[in-house]
Design a binder for this molecule. Structure first.
Ligand code: NDP
Length: 332
């Protein structure tokens, strides 16, 4: 059931972490080193978004880069070394209405904790094409900052019409020789200023009214790569093939916050709201870190940094609570 498989996980913990990307595992590492013996609900797809990337070149400490899944494996082992325990189950219900805080897994097992760190991340939205899935991590990406560097001097496609697509397209012009920005309608959703920036960038070619039918690629000696996309103009129905070495889906992200709807404060897009310069949420003892509360930076290293903050905030919260309790006992 847990990494130590001792069957003792159910019950009460000082700290429970929900989510196992860089934020959750860093929160687990720090709270484990603070002797809080955190229990980490990794979910059924442990490791978060880095599990669908290949090479990670911008995580400090790895001069020659590291594979996303390997990085997550190292982070997990590092947290376990100090006493963090993992449960490979999803949390399906939380009850933060009174202390202790309660979380229930998919087998209807309820655990209690004095502090809960929420690090459930966000998921990139995908077009849903089989070919997009096939080349994911091999030329198909949803993160220009992470993967743009691999396309130096090459042509890439960006799909989307919101601020993310404009931003990704602009960013990619730093590396790519040409960026084809494709949008399914005849009007962008993005803010005027972001649109203008993309439109005035000489390296960006815009294709409106265009949908992607298939991501094209090849597989040679077990190595997959993207060759372009077969696209269709929705007004004329004309199909054509656009050659490109990279394919960036930039149609938005969704925070994995459904579980907390009506319980934790969130913004209009579902991102959890934390207090300024803190990981505290609106509920005492509940902290949030990583992409579930950050739609702006969305990097492994910033997620890890916020995981560290959440663990420190949780530790200080527990310490203060213990102190208060000891004071009230000594007065009684
Ligand atoms: P948005 O929801 O704003 O835009 C998503 C875009 O993707 C839309 O143009 C939409 O098309 C298109 N799209 C959605 N689904 C599909 C699909 N299946 N096939 C093809 N196209 C699709 O998401 P963003 O991530 O762009 O932005 C989210 C929020 O974050 C916004 O509030 C935005 O302003 C903010 N943001 C701000 C930034 C900044 O200020 N620097 C940077 C990035 C984001 P359609 O228009 O036809 O619906």
């Amino acid at each position: 059931m847990t990494n130590s498989d001792n069957g003792q996980a159910a019950g009460h913990r000082r700290v429970i972490v929900i989510g196992s990307g860089p934020a959750g595992l860093t929160a687990a590492l720090y709270s484990a080193r603070a002797n809080l013996m955190p229990l980490v609900f990794e979910g059924v797809q442990p490791g978060g978004q880095l599990m669908i990337t290949t090479e990670v070149e911008n995580y400090p400490g790895f001069e020659h880069g590291i594979q996303g899944p390997e990085l997550m494996d190292i982070m997990r082992k590092q947290a376990h070394r100090f006493g963090a325990e993992s449960v490979y189950k999803n949390i399906v219900k939380v009850d933060f209405s009174s202390a202790p805080l309660k979380v229930t897994d998919e087998e209807n097992r309820t655990y209690t904790a004095d502090a809960v760190i929420v690090s459930t991340g966000a998921s990139a939205k995908w077009l849903g094409l089989e070919s997009e899935q096939k080349y994911m991590g091999y030329g198909v990406s949803s993160c220009a900052t992470c993967d743009g560097f691999f396309f130096r001097g090459m042509k890439v496609i960006v799909v989307g019409g919101g601020d993310t697509a404009m931003e990704e397209a602009n960013y990619l012009t730093r590396h790519a020789s040409e960026v084809i920005l494709m949008h399914r309608r005849d009007e962008f959703r993005a803010s005027k200023i972001m649109q203008e920036r993309a439109k005035s960038n000489p390296k960006i070619t815009i294709m409106m009214d265009t949908v992607v039918e298939e991501v094209l690629g090849k597989e040679e000696e077990g190595r997959k790569s993207v060759l372009g996309a077969r696209v269709r103009n929705v007004k004329t129905n004309e199909e054509k093939v656009i050659e490109a070495a990279g394919f960036f889906t930039a149609i938005g992200h969704e925070p994995n916050s459904m579980l907390f709807r009506g319980i934790l404060e969130m913004d209009e897009n579902g991102y959890l709201v934390t207090q300024p310069n803190s990981s505290r949420t609106n509920i005492e003892g509940v902290f949030a870190c990583g992409d579930v509360q950050d739609h702006y930076y969305r990097q492994a290293v910033t997620a890890a940094g916020s995981g560290c903050m959440a663990a420190i905030d949780a530790e200080r919260y527990l310490e203060a609570k213990e102190f208060e309790e000891s004071q009230s006992h000594s007065k009684a």
